[in-house]
Design a protein. Structure first.
Length: 406
């Protein structure tokens, strides 16, 4: 193996895609074939203690995510390939590990896309929603509810080709959960109440996502997790047109129906919602396409980014043994950060500031706000939570780990 190169079994790591609290996602190349995949790796501290309640639930959801990926075949879902889980249960084993590979869909997630260019995200919204509805409707037809629809779990190319990812929280239709899991900014009222998971659960979360794309902010916020959850249950959101005057009244009505507090008051199915989306005028005036100057360096996945993971540990040892290589990587990191800082400064000068919690009506769109997370499973697949963002899988303050009694 060449200096500075590190591998996970037969996969050479090209770069990192996403970093989470319980897993990391890497871009990898398979030895012998040269094929590139995304590889989702559970962190070492989880696989070395697989019998305690938290890791046990995480690993169970990890297995489910892969099995569902094998079962579900749809053009707007990501296919999975290789799976390996080598963990210690009764006796210690050498190098415990858990990962699976999947198609590497080169794209941004919707959260990143609309943060960079909200107007273009709005312009492509209708086409994006059609694909999402078809993919999630397909999941429903197989008897499952996704339960974590949000911008971070929706991948989108510049041509508006979409993928729905991260099935780690998926649950059988009409099954109840003993704990509250999901992302609290997008979570449906019935999930908070520990009621049955139904297709309308995903419709509600998609409604929150649409609202965020239309206005640049989510409809509900709170000073505490409990307050936010209460607003999902009891507060009626303002129509999107109050924050974006270009939103058509028909779209206001569609979003209001998706965000109804009772599942029975929402669309009956994703097919019903899809028909409504196709027959709805979204905007009063057509949104012109905007051009964003891109920095090619932003698309390069750097091997020098710090990752608190098994792979990073191997890389760190390599750097320690090779001071000259470590110095080169440090210089590369410094140069890359300077480029990113320069780009962020240019973006801030050309965009609106983040809107306050109770903004005044505006005709232009603010920059989307970052959103907190509820308990969930391992890090999302490619394009999913941005580094530094809260990660589904960890409990809210005052709440037990997944699998523990309330």
């Amino acid at each position: 193996m060449a200096d500075g190169e590190f591998k996970i079994d037969q996969y050479t790591v090209i770069g990192d895609i996403a970093t989470g609290q319980v897993s990391d996602v890497f871009e990898v190349m398979e030895e012998g074939t040269g094929n590139r995949f995304a590889l989702k790796l559970i962190r070492e501290e989880i696989v070395t203690d697989p019998t305690s309640k938290g890791p046990k639930v995480i690993l169970s959801q990890f297995k489910q995510e892969f099995k569902l990926g094998e079962m579900l075949e749809h053009p707007n879902l990501v296919s999975v390939h290789d799976f390996k889980m080598k963990i210690q249960v009764l006796l210690p084993i050498k190098d415990p590990i858990a990962y699976f590979t999947m198609d590497y869909f080169r794209s941004q997630n919707l959260k990143t896309f609309m943060t960079a260019d909200l107007s273009n995200a709005q312009r492509k919204l209708q086409r994006l929603l059609e694909q999402i509805c078809e993919a999630v409707g397909y999941i429903h037809s197989k008897g499952w509810v996704h339960r974590d629809i949000k911008p971070d779990n929706l991948l989108m190319t510049k041509s508006a080709e979409a993928r729905v990812i991260d099935l780690s929280l998926a649950m059988k239709i009409n099954k109840r959960s003993k704990i509250i899991q999901g992302t609290r900014t997008y979570i449906a009222p019935e999930t908070i109440k520990k009621q049955k998971a139904v297709p309308q659960t995903d419709i509600y979360s998609l409604g929150i996502t649409i609202y965020e794309v239309l206005t640049g902010q989510v409809p509900f916020t709170g000073t505490s997790p409990t307050e936010l959850l209460k607003r999902h249950i009891a507060t009626k959101p303002a129509p999107p047109s109050e924050l974006n005057s270009n939103v058509a009244p028909e779209l206001d009505r569609l979003v209001a129906k998706m965000l109804a507090k009772k599942p029975a008051d929402r669309h009956e199915s994703m097919e019903d919602l899809l028909a409504d989306i196709r027959n709805t005028r979204f905007f009063l005036e057509e949104i012109a396409e905007t051009e964003i100057e891109e920095d090619p360096e932003e698309d390069v996945k750097s091997l020098v980014k710090t990752l608190d993971s098994r792979a990073d540990a191997k890389r760190s040892r390599s750097l320690k043994d090779n001071p000259e290589l470590a110095e080169q990587w440090a210089a590369e990191r410094e140069a890359q950060e300077a480029r990113r800082t320069q780009k962020r400064g240019a973006t801030v000068n050309d965009s609106r500031p983040v809107a306050p919690e109770t903004p005044a009506p505006a005709t232009t769109q603010p920059t989307p706000q970052p959103t907190p997370s509820m308990p969930a499973a391992p890090a999302p697949m490619p394009g999913m939570p941005m580094p530094g963002m809260p990660m589904p899988g960890m409990p809210m303050p005052g709440m037990p780990m997944p699998g523990m009694p309330m």
